[in-house]
Design a protein around this ligand. Structure first.
Ligand SMILES: *[C@@H]1O[C@H](CO)[C@@H](O)[C@H](O)[C@H]1NC(C)=O
Ligand SMILES: *[C@@H]1O[C@H](CO)[C@@H](O)[C@H](O)[C@H]1NC(C)=O
Ligand SMILES: *[C@@H]1O[C@H](CO)[C@@H](O)[C@H](O)[C@H]1NC(C)=O
Ligand SMILES: [Zn+2]
Length: 335
């Protein structure tokens, strides 16, 4: 079995008072898709945070980050009163590897595989021999409109229809049922050092764009402040913005779908680096990458927590905030 699967079992066992495994779907190749639910049972209906990793198979730092994130939560909540309070009010749903078939394929066959492993032409009238759908183009969010190719050999083939892929469908089924409780949707990718907010379509803006991105004069608002938190750890620069502004336009992403379904705080993290090693991030960068991203994620999560449970943070971004959109040259790699 996958090492990460064993690790998830061990976490659920070692921390059975606060952690449990939830199976919520199957991959195309019929592997169970599971998440770790972290948080004590309190007897009241809790809010929640969603995090998924490994939707793109080759982005290996992403599953490593989800594991780091879980480990940090579990090792610190007893002594860190802020984490403890957050875990009391919110459950953390963490999927360390969503695209398990693709992830295994990158270990066995093709290190740079990105997509799912289903035959792409399933259910479409196209004839082609390539497998795999880009799961992050397969969600029902302006599906099939920009940043895709209907050639099923393409890296950005969006599938024969929205949610043609069981992996994407599993996320939708799980999240939709709990969408009134899920305060924040974080989906972890690499690379590029970016925090991306909705939407991927260039002509649609999220109604709370300002709050998602800017820091206001009175409060350090969410995205840019998260980038600052990241920078404080090891000095790495992360750029914040919508996909079309700082990367490329796209459609059908899980981030956009989550925002459309009513989850106000939805972010894509593109972890290290900026292209020097790309998907093959050297081992010695795993730890520092996780440390800084943890800090950024925790900034967003604690903001959302405090806004919900302490009524702070609602003095939204002011118009005087200045937003520097840095256009990044990230080359042609699809992230
Ligand atoms: C779980 O507990 C066992 C026994 O104490 C220990 O060897 C193992 O490292 C722990 N694993 C995790 C992931 O906490
Ligand atoms: C595509 O997927 C099918 C079904 O799992 C499999 O039989 C076939 O070998 C795959 N083709 C390639 C080129 O990987
Ligand atoms: C999302 O934001 C809208 C507009 O600010 C607000 O009315 C709504 O209550 C928010 N949803 C949640 C779950 O906080
Ligand atoms: Zn990606």
């Amino acid at each position: 079995t996958l090492q990460i699967t064993d690790w998830m079992d061990m976490i659920a066992k070692n921390y059975s008072d606060v952690a449990s495994l939830v199976e919520y779907g199957k991959t195309y190749e019929n592997r169970p898709i599971s998440l770790l639910k972290i948080g004590p049972t309190t007897g009241v209906r809790k809010k929640a945070i969603w995090m998924d990793c490994g939707i793109h198979a080759r982005e290996w730092i992403s599953p490593a980050f989800c594991q780091y994130f879980v480990k940090q939560l579990l090792e610190t909540y007893k002594t860190d009163s802020q984490i403890k309070e957050m875990m009391t009010n919110m459950d953390f749903y963490v999927t360390p590897v969503l695209n398990i078939d693709g992830y295994i394929y990158t270990w066995t066959t093709d290190r740079l595989w990105r997509k799912s492993r289903s035959p792409g032409a399933l259910g479409c009238n196209c004839s082609c021999d390539c497998n795999g759908t880009d799961l992050n183009r397969n969600f029902n969010a302006n599906w099939g409109t920009v940043g895709v190719s209907f050639n099923c050999c393409s890296q950005v083939y969006p599938g024969s229809k929205p949610l043609s892929e069981s992996e994407a469908q599993a996320v939708v089924d799980f999240v939709e049922k709990r969408k009134d409780d899920i305060l924040c949707f974080l989906t972890i990718h690499s690379y590029g050092q970016l925090l991306l907010v909705p939407y991927g379509h260039p002509s649609i803006a999220a109604p709370n764009y300002d709050e998602l991105v800017r820091k206001s004069t009175n409060k350090m608002k969410v995205g840019l402040a998260a980038a600052e938190a990241i920078k404080k750890v090891h000095g790495m620069e992360y750029t914040v913005g919508t996909s079309p502004d700082v990367l490329y336009a796209n459609s059908g992403s899980s981030r956009d779908w989550a925002r459309l379904t009513g989850i106000n705080f939805s972010y894509t993290f593109e972890l290290r680096d900026k292209g020097e090693h790309g998907f093959k991030l050297p081992e010695e960068q795993i730890q520092p990458t996780c440390e800084e991203a943890y800090s950024g994620a925790m900034h967003i999560i604690s903001y959302v927590h405090d806004k919900t449970f302490k009524g702070t943070g609602s003095a939204a971004a002011t118009a005087t905030a200045t937003l520097w959109m840095v256009l990044l040259a990230v080359g042609a790699a699809l992230l």
